[in-house]
Design a binder for this molecule. Sequence first.
Ligand code: GLN
Length: 478
Amino acid sequence: MTKINLQTLTIKKAHQYLVSGDFSARDLARAYLDNINPDLNAYIEIFDDVLEQADIADKKIKDGTATLLTGIPIAIKNNILIKGKRTTAGSKILENYRAVYDATVIKKLKEAGAVFTGGTNMDEFAMGSSTENSAFGVTKNPYDLTRVPGGSSGGSAVVVAAQMALAALGTDTGGSIRQPASFCGVVGLKPTYGVVSRYGAIAMGSSLDQIGSFGKTTEDAQILFDYIKGEDKMDSTTIPDEIYKKTQKNVKEKITIGIPRHFLKEGLDEDVLANFEGSLEKLKGAGYEIREIELPNIKYALAVYYILMPAEASTNLARYDGMRYGYLRGGENLLEDYKRTKGSGFGKEVRRRIMLGTYILSAGYYDAYYNKAAALREIIKDDFKKVFENVDAIITPTAPTPAFKIGEKANAPLQMYLADIFTVSSNVVGVPAMSVPAGWTEKNGKKLPVGLQIMAPRMQEEILFRIGKDFEVPLLTI
Ligand code: GLN
């Protein structure tokens, strides 16, 4: 058997080795399982049937029916349902919940022969930017164990960065794929709203949520995206395949990139800014035209997000009443049941957002908050539309800082929310966005990865892939 070098393995390389018999899917799964570092706390659950799944993949490979993903070990954020597996969404309230059906993305990956390694750690119900809000303990950043990996899909970013799965799925409502990708030196893609089915993903903010992919390279994130995308009758917000196809065009040779410089001031770490300037030079050197753009209302995107998201989350989370899903702490009457179940089952951040959301949606405040935010959302969408008439893509740093210390922002929710300043607008607007590794900064003698965020017009993921491939520093992972 060829010795497996996990560090340099990509999906295509692994596929070649698998089909030429250099190693089996079982060998590959074993190699990843052996490399799991429990100190990082990146998995909530490692599945007990990984090797059996690999054996099924090996059969497909022998039969000559393998796809590019057959036998590829993929980790799944623990808010995406896999039939029969514990799916906690990082919450105590679902600690013993087992999924009764497969999410559409899982169904597609199963058909392709992927091997699911486990459910990855996350902020409770995807609410957070550090994985500190998980009921299962914080995940550690592999580059500095005293720092957070980002969030909410922190576990998925870490397993890819530290070779504990070859690729992963996450969800992104306001940055939860891109920000951890940036903190951990991997690629993270949030697709266009409606391109990937959300059926079977535990909902947070339904008009903002998207499932997306993590890979060590742009190509890996792209391959996974290609397998999970597509219209789905179980999610009426998915874009019909016909429309998606019609909008696909060849990416032009000369790409123009816009930078909203007016927005890159407050709260931006100096090293991150310096890194961003370096990225611009690199892109210019690669033949890209860089142009300054104005997004006059982007400064409101974070406020809009923190109105719409809690409003939607509070309605989505109403279903966890202890009656239909696992966790119930019964009391004297129905109201006591609710109080005890929700009071002890939900963590602090989740309760905060339910209260905010309920308030925002209450009679009298609905117009003042929800309707105003919804109107502003349309104005921000217009800003993006106008800008995309002149440029093919927009770039910003992914996050204003590199990975911060565990505990640093845990008791300062507003500080934590600011970590999303650059990422939320693409969810508010519905356009695709991707974070690619852009190099390093050094903090307290430790090297920390920094990401570059690229955004493109709706359904133009191909532009992201082109820029990502030209730009990325290959295989930054450890
Ligand atoms: N960090 C953001 C939040 O806390 C985004 C979360 C996400 O994308 N799921 O809401």
